[in-house]
Design a protein around this ligand. Structure first.
Ligand code: SF4
Length: 478
């Protein structure tokens, strides 16, 4: 006779009660979270109520609340309401908190009030990884990705969006007025109820226009000509897909090429990566404590002064130059066709003529040296070179640094593949964990705290996979 695996009788009494600890596997990640938080000096990290108050009602220990959050972000439960529920029914959380189940407001307030300290906890784990010698290759990849904010697209306004919306509403009013005119001319053509409805609509649309004009006034005070109504720090930014964009934040991460751990990250509300290279590379150098660091980044990070700052900080940047030459687009010789001789400080052009230094000027905040040849007017190749009197070649005063970066890139053809393999899947993983959702908090500092918890969870999971629970716990206790 067939039978199934049988469960226990719910009403069966146990003679020797089991301990809560027996229910948690030796290799469970909650044991790592428990040891990690217990080993932290929460007072030094700046957590509120790190020492219990002498009077009043006892509060929850910050260690308990931090454990709940780390567990939550590690297990894709980020909302404070869901964490409240889980703390009451989830055996691992019950074990972790010692059967404490704070309400959602206590949980949410902890994240809101301890942002700075939570950020330090994230850094503490990176320091632990450094002590465990997990960043020994000295190669990191930098990248940015856009994450959705709470702010809906319709609640974000730019000059263009505002003008388009007002125009659309004015068009609607015109349409309604035309219909009302028709009703005036021939009362039978439009139903009486419709006339009242149209009048009502015109009032409402006028109110909307007025509200938009008020937003326009507020926008004048905004530095970047944008306003977000739900989350004031969220910004409309373009994403990689053509014609697509989101209202959100640009999260910058630096990932180590050996174990793909996030060594540094930052949440910004600037829609591009151009001014991030030096800052992020320096954060990574500080976190890894490497004397020499190689920083790989895509062409979105190519900016002269950023690269110069990296070189001065002992960071070897490897960044491809964007192909934005107007000359190349017009079918003319590109700057790469002109060979620079640094000893003689002159260029050799495609026709073999020498272009010498003629003048220096400042363009867009950069000192540019100008070179040209006196052979240009008589040159048979001139139609392929310039439409002007002579072809002028510009050289930034620190262009030697960019030449070094280009040589470095040409000497490492695998660099960009390594960059992609290192950093891009990290964003995929983080976004996968977040699901189709957006950040749960509003404003840049709170979103930054939320991101720290995501990064900490990512790094914890990764190190557990690399070293195993037992080794990690041993290292934490060392
Ligand atoms: S036009 Fe002037 S710079 Fe261009 S190829 Fe001729 S000589 Fe050289």
């Amino acid at each position: 006779m067939g039978r199934y695996v049988e469960g226990q009788d719910r009403t069966q009494s146990v003679l020797f009660p089991e301990r809560l600890d027996d229910w948690i596997h030796e290799d469970s990640t909650v044991r790592v979270i428990d040891v990690f938080v217990e080993e932290l000096d929460l007072g030094k990290l700046g957590f509120e109520r790190a020492a219990p108050a002498a009077t009043g009602r006892p509060a929850y220990s910050p260690a308990t609340l931090l454990k709940i959050y780390v567990y939550g972000y590690l297990n894709r439960v980020q909302s404070s309401r869901r964490l409240e529920t889980e703390a009451q029914r989830n055996l691992e959380l019950i074990w972790l908190t010692g059967r404490l189940a704070p309400d959602f407001k206590t949980i949410a307030d902890f994240r809101r009030d301890n942002g700075e300290a939570i950020r330090k906890v994230c850094k503490e784990f990176v320091l632990l990884c450094r002590r465990m010698k997990l960043f020994t290759d000295g190669i990191v990849a930098i990248d940015g990705s856009k994450f959705k904010a709470v702010n809906n697209r319709d609640k974000n306004f730019t000059d263009r969006k505002l003008a388009a919306r007002i125009e659309q509403l004015e068009e609607s009013i015109k349409r309604y007025l035309v219909e009302l005119d028709r009703a005036d001319r021939d009362a039978a053509a439009v139903l009486p109820g419709r006339v009242a409805h149209l009048k009502d609509k015109i009032i409402k649309v006028k109110q909307q226009i007025q509200a938009l004009n008020e937003i326009g006034e507020q926008m004048k005070a905004s530095e970047d000509g944008q306003i977000s109504l739900t989350d004031p720090d969220a910004r409309s930014m373009a994403t990689s897909g053509r014609g697509t964009g989101i209202v959100g934040y640009n999260v910058q991460t630096v990932v180590d090429a050996k174990h793909h751990l996030i060594v540094a990250h930052e949440v910004t509300n600037v829609g591009h990566d151009r001014n991030q290279l030096a800052h992020m590379a320096k954060l990574a150098k500080e976190a890894t404590a490497e004397d020499e660091l190689i920083a790989l980044a895509d062409r979105g990070y190519y900016e002269g002064y950023e690269i110069l700052e990296c070189e001065r900080a002992g960071i070897a940047a490897v960044v491809p130059k964007p192909m934005t030459s107007n000359n190349a687009a017009a079918g003319l010789f590109d700057k790469r066709d002109f060979v620079y001789d640094d000893k003689a400080d002159q260029y050799r052009c495609p026709a073999g003529s020498i272009a010498i230094h003629r003048m220096t000027s400042e363009e867009a905040g950069k000192i540019q040296h100008k070179y040209w040849s006196s052979d240009c007017p008589r040159c048979p190749m001139k139609p392929r070179c310039t439409t002007g009197k002579e072809r002028r070649i510009s050289r930034w005063e620190h262009e030697d640094v960019l030449d070094v970066v280009q040589e470095r890139l040409e000497g490492a053809p695998e660099a960009m593949r390594l960059r992609r393999q290192t950093v891009e899947h990290v964003f995929g993983t983080l976004k996968g964990w977040m699901g189709s959702s957006h950040f749960l908090t509003k404003t840049l500092p709170r979103v930054a705290t939320e991101m720290c918890l995501h990064v900490l969870a990512y790094n914890l999971k990764r190190v557990i996979k690399i070293l195993g629970t037992a080794t990690l716990i041993k290292a934490m206790r060392a």
